[in-house]
Design a protein around this ligand. Structure first.
Ligand SMILES: Cc1cc2nc3c(=O)[nH]c(=O)nc-3n(C[C@H](O)[C@H](O)[C@H](O)COP(=O)(O)OP(=O)(O)OC[C@H]3O[C@@H](n4cnc5c(N)ncnc54)[C@H](O)[C@@H]3O)c2cc1C
Length: 345
């Protein structure tokens, strides 16, 4: 019989963020597929009651917490101590947590402490013939593996963006606080602050409905024999401003700054999509001035609806890589699109 522990970090208000709620959906799916499984929830953070109340109706038999000042900030030693204590208190055979940075830092260590095994980047969980199994991708999303393990405890990180966030009635949950032996040595690392770009400079928005990809074509000579980088910047930023889309780039484009070429000032290597870049999960994607070569398109694996604008009817997108290819000038298209968006506001 499995005891499944949904383990989550709480936010500054003591609540659960989207990635945690997605993992709760995964945990519920797995539990529901294993009729005799026991399901419990565990929280680590400054406060836990708001989180427990938020998911009071999730069907957990027990709500456990390691909460308080010692756990309010991310720190390997205290987070790992807390996760170990919660896993032991629950008697968990399977521990599921969202693969956010705070958990990814400790997942392997926690598995080691409890004599378990860890798997990361799970994109699917299910019960198959009464046994839990997960799927994850390898070789930059080119191969998918289905994994079962006999060893317990089994620690699993669930990739954000793969499940719908759990929704249900709030309520009043009764929490059991689990004692965690935190010594002074555990608190040598001090968290100071998050550093993030100002909201209007932040172009990477993992939760956005739409991904706009800009390719190197934006910085190439156009039909008039000139390059039009300032126009390109204005069009792309105008579109992002109006749609709050996330911005991706091709490798050729993001590499240009290193090559001393004329560049889009807001484009960095963090924006790169593809084999050596990111593999985001947006419902829709629009590629502009990007050729759609395989090393780039492999980063679109999890983008559900793909469209591209390219002057070249024989570009990579035309070879089955996009659902819709508009063979036209992206400068003209995006000017028109921005005008239409402007009218809507
Ligand atoms: C090991 C390896 C790893 C790689 N990893 C990645 C990766 O992670 N991500 C990645 O992106 N690439 C990666 N690449 C590079 C990849 O193969 C391509 O070279 C790159 O994606 C090309 O970028 P691009 O399409 O923006 O540029 P280009 O190939 O220069 O294409 C520009 C496109 O813009 C179009 N265009 C120009 N003007 C307009 C206009 N006005 N309107 C519409 N279209 C226009 C052109 O028709 C052209 O198709 C990798 C390559 C290797 C070998």
């Amino acid at each position: 019989m499995e005891t499944i522990l949904f383990l989550a970090f709480t936010d500054d208000e003591g609540k659960l963020a989207k990635a945690q709620l997605e993992t709760l959906t995964a945990a519920r799916l797995l539990t529901d597929g294993l009729p005799d499984a026991v399901f419990c929830a565990g929280f680590i953070g400054g406060a836990a009651q708001p989180a427990a109340d938020q998911i009071a109706a999730c069907g957990a038999g027990r709500f456990l917490a390691a909460a308080g000042e010692d756990f309010s900030q991310p720190r390997y030693a205290t987070d790992a101590e807390a996760a170990e204590a919660l896993a032991r208190a629950a008697g968990a055979t399977i521990i599921l947590s969202a693969g956010v940075s705070r958990w990814s830092r400790i997942a392997g260590g926690v598995a080691h402490r409890i004599g378990g095994r860890a798997d990361t980047h799970a994109t699917m969980l299910r019960a198959a013939n009464g046994a839990p199994e997960i799927q994850r991708w390898y070789y930059r999303q080119r191969m998918i593996a289905t994994i079962q393990r006999k060893h317990r405890p089994w620690v699993i990180s669930v990739d954000p963006g793969c499940f719908e966030p759990w929704t249900g009635q709030t309520g009043t949950a009764s929490i059991k606080n689990v004692a965690v032996a935190v010594g002074d040595g555990d608190k040598r690392t001090r968290f100071e602050s998050f550093k993030a770009p100002a909201a209007n400079q932040q172009t990477i928005r993992p939760d956005a409905e739409l991904l706009l990809v800009a390719g190197a074509g934006w910085t190439k000579k156009q039909r008039d024999g000139q390059i039009h980088v300032p126009d390109a910047e204005k069009l792309i930023l105008g579109f992002l401003d109006k749609t709050q889309a996330s911005l991706g780039g091709s490798k050729s484009l993001v590499d240009q700054s290193g090559d001393g070429n004329t560049v889009l000032s807001f484009m960095t290597h963090l924006n790169q999509i593809g084999q050596t870049g990111a593999t985001p999960r947006h419902p829709k994607g629009l590629a502009t001035c990007c050729h759609g070569e395989e090393p780039h398109v492999v980063g679109w694996r999890f983008v559900t609806q793909r469209r591209a604008v390219n002057l070249d009817p024989n570009c990579g997108w035309a070879h089955g890589k996009a659902d819709v290819l508009y063979v036209t000038d992206a400068f003209e298209v995006m000017t028109k699109v921005n005008e239409l968006l402007q009218k809507q506001t």
